[in-house]
Design a protein around this ligand. Structure first.
Ligand code: PLP
Length: 403
């Protein structure tokens, strides 16, 4: 049998990045605020906002930084309660604590989406909500926005891993008050590290810009859509001048030079990623013991990995399945069974009074995660699917044989 592909290899950065990087190395102009205009970070912000359909974008050092700045931009009081899903990456509750707020965890169902009954039950004394579209799975944003709008609760979308996903045809990240994306290497656009915050709200973006490290009057280099001067934005900057701490979470020009030539690749990556995912999903769903939850009707996904639940298996069988796939060269992460997994809420022991979430826990104990980088060929995808099916056959056969 041929060896499966290394699913941690990234796609090459488009060659167009080289000229921009060479120019930056030649000039040494790496800081976003040195050039009077058109610094790569500034250009990236304009291009990203136009692509995604938001008024403003602020590029920063990571999605975690974007989430933290979002909470600070909302001006939440100390110890404000912020509702987050019980299935997300540890960076999300961390950003809440960093903003001196208290994370409140809500249950997530077998389809990796927010349990709306638990969500509604926990909304009452909450001051903000972060929705993580975990691994790109979109929760019911119509229901979430209706519940939050009725109570005047701002929604931050953690779209770190959802760039290119749409909801009723609209880009994920543009539905809540603020959207946050990641450019870390395992996401759809890769600059190693990096993030971006988007919003239509001039006051929020002005606060985030200043706190991200636009000291003195560097904020004057942030403009509205298509580089226009927006009076509301100008007034917001003047209002907040010298009144906010600087956390210095800026993006540097080299990162922007790596990201910009990838933006035109996004549509192709989304198309290929979705076709790849759906191919493997159909093969797994046709077999016993596998369940790949379908997208919600309003959702068009942009996956670079696949998640599936193992049905009717014990803990021991689930471990045996992951081991059998691993022995054949396909790494399967069972979120709740791999040691110290950063997406298993019981490992977030830095949260005071960490609750239990029985539904989320049960899901995490059977939910498997396999990377499917968008560059894989049909033959490579079939090889991965074959290995997963073989691993299941071996798991059930062996355990029957040995009782
Ligand atoms: C990757 C990820 C983050 C963190 O992004 P960074 O840019 O590494 O800080 C946050 N939330 C989710 C859902 C992620 O997938």
């Amino acid at each position: 049998m041929p060896l499966p592909p290394d699913v941690h290899d990234a796609e090459p950065i488009p060659p167009a990045a080289r000229a921009a990087i060479d120019e930056l190395l030649q000039s040494g102009d790496l800081f976003r605020y040195t050039a009077p205009q058109d610094a790569p970070v500034t250009l990236l912000e304009g291009e990203f906002a136009a692509m995604i359909g938001s008024k403003y974008a602020l590029a920063v050092s990571s999605c975690s930084a974007a989430l933290f700045l979002s909470l600070k931009a909302l001006d939440l009081p100390r110890d404000a309660r912020v509702l987050i899903p019980g299935f997300t990456f540890a960076a999300v509750p961390s950003s809440v604590l960093h903003a001196e707020c208290l994370p409140v965890l809500c249950e997530v169902g077998d389809d990796y989406r927010i349990d709306l009954t638990d969500f509604e039950a926990k909304l009452d004394d909450v001051r903000a909500v972060i929705i993580s579209h975990m691994r790109g799975h979109t929760s019911d944003m119509d229901a979430i926005m209706a519940l939050c709008d009725a109570r005047g609760i701002p929604v931050i979308e953690d779209a770190a891993h959802s760039l290119g996903t749409t909801w009723h045809g609209r880009n994920i990240g543009t539905i809540g008050r603020i959207g946050c994306f990641s450019f870390q290497s395992y996401k759809m656009i890769n600059s190693g590290e990096g993030g971006i915050l988007i919003t239509d709200d001039a006051d929020l973006v002005a606060r985030a810009v200043i706190m991200s490290g636009a000291y003195e009057h560097n904020w004057a280099k942030h403009k509205g859509p298509r580089g226009e001067n927006v009076p509301d934005l100008q007034r917001a900057f003047e209002r907040w001048q010298n009144r906010l701490p600087l956390y210095n979470l800026r993006m540097n020009n080299l990162s922007a030079a790596v990201i910009r030539p990838q933006l035109p690749e996004l549509a192709r990556r989304v198309r290929d990623g979705l076709a790849n995912h759906d191919h493997v999903a159909a093969r797994l769903n046709a077999a016993a013991h596998f369940d790949v939850p379908p997208p919600l009707p309003a959702e068009r996904r942009a996956p670079d990995s696949i998640q599936f639940n193992l049905l009717g298996l014990s803990d021991a069988q689930t471990r045996a399945f992951a081991d059998a796939a691993g022995a054949r060269g396909v790494k399967v992460q069972v979120f709740g069974l791999s040691t110290d997994n950063a997406r298993a809420f019981w490992n977030w022991q830095f949260i005071p009074d960490l609750p239990d979430l029985p539904r989320t826990r049960a899901m995490l104990m059977r939910a498997c995660d396999v990377r499917l980088p968008v560059r894989l060929s049909r033959a490579e995808l079939d090889l991965i699917a074959d290995i997963l099916l073989d691993a299941m056959a071996e798991t059930l056969g062996e355990l029957h044989a040995f009782g």
